[in-house]
Design a protein around this ligand. Sequence first.
Ligand code: EPU
Length: 441
Amino acid sequence: MEKLHITGGRHLNGTIQISGMKNAALPILFACALNDETCVLQNVPPVQDVKTTLDILTAMGVSVNYRTPTTLEINGAGFRPGSSPDELVRIIRASSYLMGVELARCGRTRIGQPGGCDFGGSRPLDYHTRAFEYMGAEMTTRDGFVGVAHDGLHPAKIMLDGASVGATINIMLAASLIPHAEGDPETVIVNAAREPHVVDLALFLNKCGTNIRGAGTSEIHICGTRALHGCTYTIIPDMIEAGTYMAAVAGTGGCVTLKGVISKHLDSVMLKLTEMGVSVEDDVERGTVTIRSDGVFKPVQIQADVYPGFPTDMHPQFAVLLTAAEGVSKVTEKVWPRRFAYLDELSKMGARFVHGDLSPDVTFLGSQKLSGAAVRATDLRAGAALVIAALMADGETDIFCPENIERGYDDLIGKLRSLGADITRQEVFSHGTHPAAVAMW
Ligand code: EPU
């Protein structure tokens, strides 16, 4: 077992490169299984969820060749629907995309129960299965998901009850191999998710031969094709990774330039930082954003919502800042109303807040200097939030379960160290383990 060991109180200064976006790379990698020709993907982040995805795909017959650690050649000609390894499927949420891919490929799907971060309740896939039913598949749940479209999938107009990222992506994948001729009906998603990673998948599929229109708006039209062709495609930068470093600099103080950012994707995050009194310099032409902070900021209200609202995947990181803001702040979580597991960990560091059981709101009392403690990364973004808390805190913090953070952050330790942070990965029980950690484990 390992842990992150962080000594807080250092300012962050310097420049870092933002990696490719995990949540765009995952569906695009699964989409390669739809394609008998080779695709070259650039800017693929070498994070654990990507590695798990590649392990699933190779186990299913997809060939993967690394040109560099971030450029991959992928060929889906050998893809065998129905052969997904349950033990890997249950690790990541994105394995649900296999349903769309398998149904598109052969009109049948069988996958185990997808995993992913636990937000204190079930993470249903009912929008996905209902959409596939509209497209002609019979879906059942048997230790996972099984579906058959006896006559293949057909186009449908699908209304999503919520603007789900996963369901929008899965429908796009499923519809991409339904051949479309002039005058044929199109597959239409009403109330589609508008996140940048949905747009990235649409652009990739279109480069492979589909005609998808409206991605980035709430109505997407999909005209599929009999067979996709190969292409070279570059994954967009990770807006959540960039936002996490922005929050870290705001919290610790210092001046950091982030390179390779599409700042438009971060409007809500940058505007919130500005409202808090943090300096944000956006150089659109260069693709850089510079954050300058003296570590002092005003309280704010945040509503975590679907894009272009404030991203739910930035909620825990900003919550940490609000523990130190000069006054009372409130966060309302509208996407994952129970995404509050990080609060118990933050309270070990002295955070003061009011949160009723099952409430989607939390009030931070602010003006609190956090102090080092032994804490656990309960999920990916909660873990990132604890890293920020540890960097801001007095004293030393041990963060257990760092593998939950490494699912989605490329070289977190290297990037933070290059900015001056005192952070190391250590074997647990070797030396210097916080006594509370022994009790915890
Ligand atoms: N929902 C349903 N039924 C469904 C699907 C979703 O009720 O069939 C509900 C969920 O319970 C939730 C809401 O709809 O309340 C949004 O879920 P969505 O489907 O949009 O989330 P997801 O596709 O499972 C992706 C990201 C998450 C991110 C959410 C929201 C990936 C692999 N995961 O999850 O990212 O929080 O969208 O933006 O893209 C992360 O990277 O840390 C992460 C958790």
